[in-house]
Design a protein around this ligand. Structure first.
Ligand code: ADP
Ligand code: MG
Length: 221
């Protein structure tokens, strides 16, 4: 409870700082910290792509976002970079902070766990026991773990990302995702990214997200 209060206080302060710093155009003008800007440069990104330019400021402000842009438009960095910026000091990473539900693609980073269906459960149990900061998971396997692992809780999740949401929808995962989201705390920030936004998905998003900002790039690059 105490911790929650401290977190929302920090977020509020950051939101105000971001609003002040924010203009448009470059990564530098978006209010990222120096270490994050250096990492962006090291990665070879000179300018934000249109979806990044439009979505990142909202994500940094802590609001829920639905981001729609074609495949290859840079959606991954659009949510990963602001979330990295939002990470508190590693010493504060006591609980499960970020939950990313992605379809199929595997990603790994320090203190993260990838829970993909088809892989052995035992190795995943061991990794979960280490209390990872980031969980990248397919919906079915994550639910399986929530049923099997006593003490695994998503209550402390601060950020939930549904990447490739249209694919998740097509593959019939929405009921499972609804259940997963229901196990998280109300205060989380939820981000949904997709290449297309059919009506059914938009309806799902407006129910599962909290007053989401829609950032939609239909034809632009
Ligand atoms: P999407 O999820 O929209 O299909 P990705 O996130 O996979 O797209 O990004 C597609 C490619 O663009 C990746 O190789 C990524 O590294 C690259 N990319 C992303 N943002 C930038 C940027 N600002 N500048 C240059 N390349 C970028
Ligand atoms: Mg993608």
């Amino acid at each position: 409870q105490e911790e929650e209060k401290a977190l929302s206080g920090r977020r509020l302060k950051r939101k105000k700082e971001m609003q002040k710093k924010m203009k448009t155009g470059t990564f530098d003008s978006m209010g990222f910290s120096v270490p994050v800007l250096k990492a962006i440069k090291r990665n070879g990104y000179r300018l934000p792509t249109p979806i990044q330019r439009k979505a990142m400021p909202h994500i940094l402000q802590g609001v829920d976002v639905i981001g729609m842009a074609r495949t290859g438009s840079g959606k991954t960095a659009a949510f990963v970079i602001p979330l990295i910026e939002s990470f508190p000091c590693p010493a504060c990473w006591a609980a499960v902070w970020i939950l990313m539900i992605v379809q199929i693609r595997r990603q790994a980073s320090p203190s993260s766990t990838v829970l993909v269906g088809g892989d052995a459960m035992e190795a995943q149990f061991a990794e979960l026991a280490l209390n990872p900061d980031i969980i990248v998971a397919t919906p079915g396997r994550l639910l399986h773990h929530l049923e099997e692992v006593t003490g695994l809780s998503l209550r402390a999740v601060e950020y939930a990302v549904l990447d490739e949401a249209d694919r998740l929808f097509e593959m019939g995962f929405m009921e499972q995702i609804r259940e997963i989201l229901s196990k998280m705390g109300e205060g989380r920030q939820t981000l949904l990214f997709s290449a297309t936004l059919p009506r059914s998905l938009a309806d799902f998003a407006s129910a599962g997200l909290n007053a989401p900002v829609l950032v939609r790039l239909d034809a632009e690059r």
